[in-house]
Design a protein around this ligand. Structure first.
Ligand SMILES: *Cc1c(COP(=O)(O)O)cnc(C)c1O
Length: 395
């Protein structure tokens, strides 16, 4: 099997599993207990918090463990919204291609009287800082822009947007779930006030995430109960998962340079190979993208059929779109970068892991070429295009 869906989730790191095991087994204590045994868990918790802080160049007091990336996103937006409300500011700036954890929470805030401006994403999959600046108003309480897009992998100008927000005195949050552990993040240098990340996107466990909030930001609870996480996230701490997240994050960062070089080479090999398919297009900027992300649209193809046939070839990939979650609407990310519906449906996302090889890249290129021409061969839509009854949209 070739697993090329690391943007959806990743295989756990062996190092992280080994680091977690003692806390699943002998050291199962509750970090809130007073006896020495529970304190071992407490120590593991605080060491993990320090590790995560170091990985983000953040103050350790700003690190809160959550039940995942979605929860961290929700808590960040809820907190900024309530801070804004206390000052009479109820306007939020975001973008059209955020993850649904952001977009659906923004919908909920709209239903509570907040106004939301979603800034356009250009065809290259990059948001322009000056357009974010132009969207900020007197009553803006938050700007939230993702660090790297989960479908097309494009990396956003986070430091520039952070500088604008700092200058204008507006809180800045970034959903860094796809970026953390894969590309450089420095919350201080980039003027990031709040940031979300998730363990299972960098070889840590699922169901554990982090919300970073700069000193002075008052967080709102999503989960009420005990006083864990300085009263901001109730519930007995999931020590094994927290230790696994911190171990996987620091391991990934320790190998970031070599992984980046290796993956960038394989990514570009895949892009070159798949570009040979006629009437196809690479989505997102070719350079300002995650080293692991390859995303194409093929004209005259249904993304779902492509994925099913690739599965039959032993390749796990994704369309990167909402189609996979049972909806027939094309991906909001494809529409945000201006792909027409007909094209948006024929998309393929390959997200590589660090164990991806040259041979795998060659096999994937050959399989995609074969499957695309097979599907086109049976497609009435394709026949119409070839016979000139309808116009090709892609070169
Ligand atoms: C996966 C993902 C999330 C959600 O994280 P979970 O831990 O699965 O809840 C949020 N944002 C982005 C960009 C993601 O890729």
């Amino acid at each position: 099997m070739i697993y090329a869906d690391n943007a959806a989730t990743t295989k756990m790191s062996k190092t992280a599993i080994a680091a977690m095991l003692p806390y699943l087994d002998g050291d199962f204590g509750n970090a809130s207990s007073l006896y020495g045994f529970g304190q071992r868990a407490k120590e593991a918790l605080e060491n993990a918090r320090q590790t995560v802080a170091d990985c983000l160049h953040a103050d350790v007091k700003g690190i809160y463990f959550t039940g995942g990336g979605s929860e961290a996103d929700n808590q960040a937006l809820e907190s900024a919204a309530m801070i804004g409300a206390r000052k009479g500011k109820k306007h939020i700036v975001s973008t059209k291609f955020e993850h649904h954890a952001i977009l659906h929470k923004l919908d909920q805030l709209k239903s509570r009287g907040y106004e939301v401006t979603l800034v356009d994403v250009h065809e290259d999959g990059i948001v322009r800082p000056e357009e974010i600046a132009a969207a900020i108003r007197e009553d803006t309480c938050l700007v939230t822009v993702m660090f790297a897009n989960n479908e097309i992998g494009t990396i956003q100008p986070i430091a520039e947007i952070g500088a604008i927000c700092r200058e204008r005195g507006v809180l800045f949050h970034t959903d860094a779930v796809q970026a953390a552990g894969h590309i450089e993040i420095d919350v201080e240098a980039m003027n990031i006030d709040m940031l979300s990340l998730s363990g299972h996107k960098f070889h840590g466990p699922k169901g554990i995430g982090v919300l970073y909030a700069k000193k002075g930001i008052r967080l709102e609870n999503i989960i009420y109960g005990g006083a864990q996480e300085r009263g901001k996230r109730a519930g007995t701490e999931n020590i094994p998962a927290i230790v696994g997240l911190a171990t996987a994050l620091s391991e990934n960062i320790a190998h970031m340079q070599e992984n980046t070089e290796k993956l960038t080479h394989l990514r570009d090999k895949l892009i070159a190979g798949l570009s040979e398919i006629p009437h196809s297009i690479l989505n997102g900027d070719a350079v300002r993208r995650l080293p692991s992300n390859v995303h194409f649209c093929f004209e005259g193809i249904e993304g779902e059929s492509l994925l099913l046939l690739l599965d039959a070839h032993g390749i796990c990939a994704s369309s990167g779109s909402a189609c996979t979650s049972g909806s027939l609407d094309p991906s909001h990310v494809m529409l945000a970068i201006g792909r027409p519906h007909e094209i948006a449906h024929g998309s393929l996302r390959l997200s590589l892991g660090e164990d991806f090889t040259e041979e795998m890249a060659e096999e994937v290129i050959a399989s995609v070429k074969e499957v695309v021409s097979y599907l086109r061969g049976m497609s009435p839509v394709w026949r119409n295009l070839c016979e000139g009854k309808t116009q090709f949209l892609l070169k």
